[in-house]
Design a binder for this molecule. Structure first.
Ligand code: ATP
Length: 377
């Protein structure tokens, strides 16, 4: 699916008098500093992630002086009818999210019906963000890589979200018991048993998606002929040594966990280990190589979703600041080949000939943004 209509109320500085129509292919959005470019991507991301990709506090996103924001999106049928799209095509889905920060209330709608879970909304619009923070997938801690993997796992297997949430609740109960001075061993064993069962489910879903991702990644890396490809290793670490059962691992590390006061083994410690000649890429790759690696990882993720018939919408913020010309055209061309929907922001007026570097230019729409208003050119 692709997001072809967007309307917001009281979202950052955005000021739409009527819904904006986007291309299911490329959308190039330019405007000066502080005009509202990132806010547009953030609003799209709000529908696909149920939250801001920039900040954790919902309050920051609500327009100053207001207490409630709303974002509406219309999705079309996706790349199936990219070739013979008709303007009168009815929308495939209508998504809506309203957040009232003073009442701490969220209303989610899919096709006019209320839905309870964010995943029921987010499953319709897989959005992949490329902004300055994305490079932490390689340079940052395991949490960033878990988030990266879990996004794909969720879209491959939507029930994963509920299982992982349940597992996190058990971790939090278990942590409380571990922190309790007079620890109740029998209670802890009950949590351990529940935790182990849920952990197996979470890890198995992660591992299956990871294997698909790894295949897609190496096929892509070999196609673009990266010199480092043969010496690179990607490995999924589930969060404990799986030659033993998780309950055994937990029992053996009881004293250590009691001292630390929290759970040290299990899916909350999972990681994707990325090594070049046996050493972490964060230590061995140049900044440029790390950028290439992350972009290829992001593209490989969308290949996995493509294989399931899901179209990914890429949100690429301030493309010129983050990527040099060769990275920009590699990204643009691969996303075009995959039939992804793409939103690209830049400060200067973008030049499609530079972006596609002599290759056939895809269908695109160009927008200028000023004081939160978006105008098509
Ligand atoms: N909650 C809010 N309510 C109203 N305006 C806001 C809110 N949060 C941020 N702004 C303002 O919205 C404007 C747009 O911000 P945004 O980050 O989208 O700009 P941008 O076009 O991406 O800028 P840059 O090129 O500098 O990154 C800014 O002027 C910012 O101060």
């Amino acid at each position: 699916m692709a997001l072809v209509k967007l309307h917001t109320e009281f979202f950052r500085n955005l000021n739409f008098t009527e819904p904006v129509s986007f291309s299911p292919s490329f959308n190039l959005i330019y405007g000066g500093n502080g005009s509202g470019k990132t806010s547009i991507l953030e609003a799209i991301g709000y529908l696909g992630l149920g939250r801001s990709f920039r900040v954790n506090r919902h309050q920051a996103v609500v327009q100053h002086g207001e207490h409630k924001l709303t974002v509406f999106g219309g999705l079309d049928h996706g790349f199936d009818d990219l070739q013979n799209r008709r303007s009168e095509n009815p929308l495939a889905h209508r998504l809506g999210i309203s957040r009232d920060v003073s009442r701490k209330e969220t209303i989610l709608r899919v096709d006019g019906e209320s839905v309870r879970s964010l995943s029921s909304l987010a499953m319709h619009l897989p959005v992949s963000v490329i902004d300055p923070g994305v490079f932490d997938i390689v340079a940052g801690g395991p949490g960033k890589r878990r988030q990266f993997l879990d996004w794909a796992v969720f879209h491959v297997e939507p029930s994963f979200a509920a299982g992982w949430q349940q597992c996190q609740r058990v971790i939090s109960q278990r942590n409380q018991t571990l922190r309790n001075g007079r620890m109740d061993e029998s209670l802890l064993r009950i949590w351990d048993a529940q935790y182990a069962t849920l952990s197996e489910q979470v890890s198995s879903a992660r591992e299956t998606t990871f294997e698909g991702f790894k295949r897609a990644f190496f096929s892509l890396v070999h196609k673009v002929d990266m010199s480092w490809a043969d010496k690179l290793k990607l490995e999924f670490y589930p969060g404990w040594d799986t030659t033993q059962s998780l309950t055994d691992v937990l029992l053996r590390h009881r004293e250590q966990e009691k001292r630390m006061g929290h759970t040290l083994y299990g899916p909350n410690r999972a990681d994707i280990r990325i090594r070049f000649q046996g050493r972490p890429v964060a230590e061995t790759f140049s900044r440029g190589q790390q950028k290439t690696l992350v972009i290829l990882m992001k593209i490989a993720q969308s290949v996995v979703l493509n294989e399931l018939g899901k179209q990914v919408s890429f949100l690429v913020d301030d493309i010129n600041a983050e990527l040099d010309e060769s990275h920009r055209s590699m990204l643009a061309q691969k996303l075009q080949e995959l039939g992804c929907q793409v939103f690209i922001t830049s400060i200067e007026h973008p030049d499609p000939d530079v972006l596609w570097k002599g290759n056939p230019t895809p269908e695109y729409r160009m927008f200028h943004v000023e004081h939160g208003k978006l105008k098509e050119e």
